[in-house]
Design a protein around this ligand. Structure first.
Ligand SMILES: Cc1ncc(COP(=O)(O)O)c(C=O)c1O
Length: 356
C-alpha cells in the first residue's frame, strides 16, 4: 500500500455523500418519512411490556432469530426455510448488494428508486441502468423487458418510493419470469397495495422479496426487516452473510408479539388506504397541483411554481413533508405521508388556507 492511502480512501468515500435523511424537526406533524401513526402508541407499549418479560439482555439472543422466523412464517404462510431477517430491510438490501454484486454487475431499476438502495450502489460502484417514469409517474413494462437482457440484477420497490407506483401483478410476474439474474422486489409498502409476490419465491429460484415491519406495523424504530427467497439462498444468507446476532433481544421479542397480532396492522392499513383516496381527491381540486396515484402510504404531487411556497408555508405551520424537487419533467415534487385522519385534515386545511 502507498503512504497516505487511508486519507485518500476517506476523501474518496466522503465525495459519495450518503443517504439524505430528512431534517430532524421537533414538535412537527411528521409527514415526511412514510411512518405509520395510525397504529396506536398503546400497541407498542403492549409489545414492549411483553417483550421485556421475555428478555434477558445479559445473554446473546441465541435461538431468537429462529423463533422470530417461525412467527414470520405463521404470519406469511411461507415455510421458515424460505425466510431470513435483518436489522431493517435496509441491512438486508445492503448485505445482498455488498456480497453478490460488484463493479461489473449491472443493476436494472427505475428512476427514481429507493434512495438508500441507490446510495449503496454508488458506495460499491455498482453500475445502474435506471429507467425513468413517464410524465404521469408510471413505468413502462416494455422498457423493462427490453433492458432486462442487459442486466444482472433487477431491483424494484413495489410500490415505488417516492412515486407510489406499482406494476400490475401480471406484468411484474412476467418481468420476473423473463429475467435471468437475481430479482429483488422490495415490498416495504406492500400492505398498502393490492398484492404481494412473496409466494412466488416457492417456484422462482432467482427471486428475493423483502418486507419490513417499519411501515405496515408502525415499528420503524424497531429496525426489523425480513425477506423470502429460495432455501439455498436463504441458508447462505442466514449462515454466511448475516451477522450471528443481527437483531437485539428486544427487537426479536417485540417483533414476535407484533406478528402474532396482525389485526391492528390490517385495520390501520385499511384506514390509510381510505385516507389516501381522500388526500388524492382533495389535492386534485387545486389546479396548481398535479397529483399521482399511489399504492403506498404516501402521495406524490407536483406543486409546480408553488413548490417552495407550499413547502415553506407547511413548515411554518409545523407540518413536515418531503421536499423532492425535480423528478423527470416535474420540477416541484413533494411527498406527503398519510397520517391519522386528524393529521391529514390538518395538512389539507393548511393547503386550503394557503391556496384559496
Ligand atoms: C422502498 C423502501 N424499502 C425499504 C425501506 C427501509 O425499510 P426498513 O425500515 O425496514 O429499513 C424504505 C424506507 O423508507 C423504503 O422506502
Amino acid at each position: 500500500m502507498k503512504k497516505g492511502w487511508f486519507e485518500k480512501k476517506v476523501r474518496e468515500l466522503s465525495s459519495i455523500g450518503g443517504y439524505q435523511k430528512p431534517e430532524l424537526q421537533t414538535d412537527s406533524l411528521k409527514l415526511d418519512s412514510n411512518e405509520n401513526y395510525v397504529i396506536s402508541k398503546q400497541f407498542q407499549s403492549d409489545l414492549f411490556s411483553g417483550a421485556k418479560k421475555n428478555s434477558d439482555v445479559r445473554e446473546y439472543p441465541l435461538g431468537g432469530t429462529e423463533r422470530l422466523i417461525q412467527a414470520i412464517s405463521k404470519f406469511s404462510k411461507i415455510p421458515p426455510s424460505f425466510i431470513g431477517v435483518g436489522n431493517g430491510s435496509d441491512q438486508i438490501l445492503d448485505l445482498i448488494l455488498s456480497n453478490v454484486a460488484n463493479k461489473k454487475t449491472k443493476i436494472l431499476t427505475s428512476n427514481p428508486t429507493f434512495g438508500f438502495f441507490e446510495e449503496r450502489c454508488k458506495l460499491y460502484s455498482i453500475p445502474m441502468i435506471s429507467l425513468p417514469f413517464s410524465n404521469n409517474m408510471k413505468l413502462d413494462i416494455k422498457d423493462f423487458l427490453k433492458q432486462s437482457k442487459n442486466a444482472d440484477i433487477l431491483y424494484l420497490d413495489s410500490p415505488n418510493n417516492p412515486t407510489g407506483f406499482q406494476f400490475s401483478k401480471k406484468d411484474l410476474q412476467k418481468l420476473i419470469k423473463n429475467f435471468d439474474g437475481l430479482v429483488i422486489i422490495d415490498e416495504a409498502y406492500g400492505e398498502f397495495s393490492n398484492y404481494s409476490l412473496a409466494n412466488m419465491v416457492k417456484t422462482q429460484k432467482n427471486l428475493v422479496v423483502v418486507q419490513t415491519v417499519s411501515k405496515s406495523f408502525g415499528l420503524a424504530g424497531l429496525r426489523l426487516g425480513y425477506f423470502f427467497a429460495n432455501k439455498q439462498f436463504t441458508e447462505v444468507f442466514n449462515k454466511v452473510l448475516q451477522y450471528p446476532y443481527p437483531l437485539s433481544t428486544l427487537t426479536i421479542e417485540s417483533g414476535i408479539l407484533a406478528l402474532e397480532k396482525p389485526l391492528q396492522m390490517k385495520n390501520a392499513a385499511k384506514v390509510i388506504k381510505k385516507e389516501r383516496t381522500r388526500i388524492i381527491e382533495n389535492l386534485k381540486k387545486y389546479n396548481t397541483f398535479e397529483v399521482f396515484e399511489s399504492q403506498a402510504n404516501f402521495v406524490l404531487f407536483d406543486a409546480h411554481g408553488s413548490y417552495s411556497r407550499v413547502y415553506t408555508a407547511l413548515s411554518e405551520q409545523g407540518i413536515s413533508v418531503r421536499k423532492l424537487g425535480k423528478i423527470g419533467n416535474h420540477d416541484g415534487c413533494l411527498r406527503v405521508t398519510i397520517g391519522t385522519k386528524e393529521m391529514n385534515s390538518r395538512f389539507l386545511l393548511a393547503i386550503r388556507d394557503l391556496l384559496l
